[in-house]
Design a protein around this ligand. Structure first.
Ligand code: GLA
Length: 740
């Protein structure tokens, strides 16, 4: 709900507004004309647009280049009267993909990023929050009458324009704006059980102390209006202080907590509301449990590497039966490597033994043309480190992948995204080189391989990558050979500036660069998983397999918000039919844990329930799962999300059938996935903002013969349900069950 509407509902007169809301519809036009900055310009024939979503999702599909947004609003002088500090005015505009400049009544008041026409050329700033500050007496301000903000935007490729459900407003910078209330720096600590400890931080960036009240309210499932628990304390935050405020409360179930700081002089508040994390995955057992999927594909005559993934009490001993000629097992790491020359299916029995017991599993090594028989599981640098990825960061992430225990659950690929490339190719040979952040790519690959991990790399078929690094254009064969020489196992090939080479985006144009690289990869002596990244253009799922992709992105980039997760995850039914072993739809990488697309990481903005939805839905979609967070900061909750073997088994199911959307209601959806053992996985997703009970009628989903229900996250059989099943699902959360 809009903020000024809330104030009106409370019966407050307009005179007391503390800010003007700019989050409603804006006027919009593609193209570029500086006359559109002027207040007098009439935009009455322009279309309207929501600032919370990129323009591609609002009727401007595939549009890159310039466009303008405009909004009109009245600026009551009372805004100034009510402010305690009157020095400056702040305009918040959420985020804008990629570059923007902002005009207030025709006068430029700020810019973020660089337009292509500027000295130094185009620099994207798609991820930067737009916050513009002007003096409180700026001559462009028109008090008590209409004002216009015009925003000139340039989109350099991919998604474009304003996006994100963020605060968009204009207000005086007041005392409360110098206070940062941060509830994301410390985890919820659950010991002893359900006695919850949490530290929040109040930071004061004003040169004088700020007084106020810190209010904590805890709401449980049954009680959403009146808090079950409330505490209020008076607080003074000194100048430049970042004050830790420890809070302890108890709750017998998952709860919502609201932290509010109320500034004394103005009564204005800062509020953060959070859902407390809740752990569903049972603790790991001590018996060995082999977590590799049932099938693994490799080509004949090229290096082979497979790592046995076993959870349970360490150390572990392995024995193998039925290994094809040319392969050997390394006891220390559980890595099977070598080379198989003869095509065929080899049923290999792996036995893992520790001092508690022994377990075996048959894995089929399928030596032929198809690799990537189950969706890749691993890590990618982009959603955490963005362009600041480095050798050191990849190494420490790999160490955490092993140390945390995640590798034992099947996570294997360590993929370097954009940002590893040198500015120039080798002057003599034309070979692509790494930049200073990656002193020895081959050394890094060897290091990861020795740990039983695999290594991925990134490039673009265009001359430049999306991050404006060097691309592969006209060096396809050469780059593929270079990567193979380094020991690369996975390539993400990202369209980006190929727009300049194929501006029409006809189907043959869309296919061509991917075919060229496929041929180049085929000519190498390595199994390189081929990940096509072109944001779903031309319904890529219909021809991704034909051009030899092992996976292809079906949408634009994901971020760590519910809107992004929902808008990407729940439209994947369109591509369901095209996913099968060796060829997967890719709805983009995971956004759980500490993410940030650069050096400043933050805890994911997804609520715990949304994170369960994320992992459950991706598993249902047979999606490649690439963890996008700093692995050295995995807490118990995030680990619980990523190390649930029954959930991962749904993703890694050897049948390779993607879930279909069996039921779609306004505020909930049910997805059904067929499994190799004849069972069905069912995801019951609550898309509404409220916790709710969902009744499921099996026959409505076309299911008759299944009766036994297993709660997948809790790894527990929950009984027989002949015709109907009823479940409580948290807001934006999921109940994931298996029927058999
Ligand atoms: C595009 C891709 C992202 C990431 C960046 C790197 O935006 O979709 O996943 O690879 O480029 O610049």
């Amino acid at each position: 709900m809009k903020r000024n509407l809330i104030l009106l509902l409370l019966g407050l007169p307009l005179c007391c507004l503390a800010q003007i809301d700019l989050s409603g519809d804006w006027k919009f036009k593609t193209g570029d004309d500086l006359a559109w900055s002027r207040a007098e310009f009439s935009d009455s024939d322009w279309k309207t647009i929501r600032p919370s979503n990129i323009w591609e999702s609002q009727g401007y599909e595939n549009y890159d280049g310039y466009a303008w947004y405009r909004i009109h609003f009245k600026l009551p002088a009372s805004l100034k009267d009510n402010a305690y500090l009157k020095d400056s005015i702040r305009v918040l505009l959420g985020r804008i993909d990629d570059v923007d400049e902002v005009y207030l009544n025709g006068e430029k008041i700020g810019q973020t990023g660089h337009f292509p026409t500027e000295k130094g050329g185009y620099i994207t700033a798609w991820d930067a929050p737009r916050r513009y500050v002007i003096p409180g007496n700026h001559p462009a301000l028109r008090w008590n009458t209409e004002n216009t903000i015009s925003v000139r935007v340039y989109d350099g490729g991919g998604g474009g324009g304003m996006f994100e459900q963020a605060e968009r407003s204009i207000s005086f910078v007041d005392l409360i704006d110098y206070i940062k209330l941060d509830a994301s720096q410390s985890p919820y600590d659950f010991s002893p059980k359900w006695s919850i400890k949490k530290k929040i931080f109040l930071e004061n960036k004003y040169p004088k102390a700020i007084d106020g009240e810190l209010i904590t309210e805890v709401f449980t499932h049954k009680n959403k209006i009146k808090p079950d628990w409330k505490a209020q304390v008076n607080i003074t935050v000194k100048a430049s202080e970042n004050l830790p405020c420890p809070i302890t409360f108890s709750s017998q179930e998952r709860a919502r907590v609201r932290f509010t700081f109320k500034e004394k002089n103005t009564g204005r508040t800062r509020t953060v509301e959070q859902e407390t994390p809740y752990i569903l995955t049972p603790p790991e057992g001590s018996m060995p449990q082999i977590n590799n999927p049932d099938a693994f594909g490799a080509r004949p005559g090229v290096p082979f590497q497979f790592t046995i993934a076993v959870s349970g009490k360490q150390p572990m001993q392995y024995t193998i039966k039925g290994l094809p000629r040319g392969l050997k097992l390394e006891q220390q790491t559980g890595v099977i490597s070598g080379m198989v020359n003869t095509r065929g299916m080899y049923s290999v029995t792996i036995t893992a033994t520790n001092n508690v017991g022994s377990r075996s599993k048959i894995v089929n090594f399928v030596i032929g043309d198809n690799i990537c028989l189950t969706p890749p599981l691993g890590w990618n640098s982009w959603n955490c480190w963005g362009l600041s990825v480095s050798d050191a960061k990849v190494r420490s992430s790999a160490e955490s992948m092993i140390k945390s225990g995640l590798a034992r659950h099947g996570w294997n690929y360590m993929n370097i995204d954009d940002g590893w490339e040198a500015a120039e190719r080798d002057a003599k040979t034309g070979e692509i080189k790494t930049n200073d952040k990656f002193p020895d790519m081959k050394g890094l690959a060897d290091y990861l391989h020795r740990m039983g991990l695999k290594i991925g790399i990134y490039s673009s078929p265009g001359a430049r990558t999306c991050g404006n690094f060097l691309g592969t254009w006209q060096h396809e064969q050469q780059d593929a050979q270079t990567w193979a020489g380094w020991g690369i196992d996975y390539l993400k090939y990202d369209w980006c500036s190929y727009d300049l080479i194929a501006p029409d985006k006809s189907l043959p144009e869309l296919k061509k660069p991917y075919e060229v690289m496929r041929a180049a990869l085929n000519a190498t002596n390595r199994d390189i998983v081929y990940s096509m990244c072109q944001y779903g253009m031309g319904d890529v799922w219909e021809w991704g397999e034909e051009v030899g992709g092992n996976l292809w992105r079906t949408t634009g980039d994901i971020n760590d918000t519910w809107e992004s997760l929902r808008d990407i995850g729940f439209i994947q039914h369109k591509s369901s039919a095209f996913s099968r072993p060796g060829h997967w739809n890719d709805p983009d990488m995971l956004t759980v844990g500490w993410v940030g697309w650069g050096d400043h990481l933050h805890q994911t903005r997804l609520t715990p329930s949304e994170q369960y939805t994320h992992i459950s839905l991706w598993a249902m979609l047979s999606a490649p799962m690439l963890i996008g967070c700093d692995l050295s900061r995995i807490d118990d909750f995030t680990y619980n999300l990523l190390a649930n073997d029954e959930v991962l088994a749904i993703d890694q199911d050897a049948l390779g059938k993607q879930a279909t959307q069996a039921l779609k209601k306004d505020d909930y959806q049910i997805w059904v996935k067929e499994l190799a053992d004849g069972g069905r996985a069912i995801g019951i997703f609550n898309l509404s903002d409220e916790d709710r009970k969902i009744d499921v009628n099996w026959s409505e989903l076309g299911l008759k013969d299944y009766k036994k229900v297993r709660d997948v996250w809790r790894q527990k059989d929950i009984g027989k349900f002949g015709k109907t099943f009823s479940t409580e699902v948290y807001a934006h959360g999921v109940t994931l069950v298996k029927l058999y």
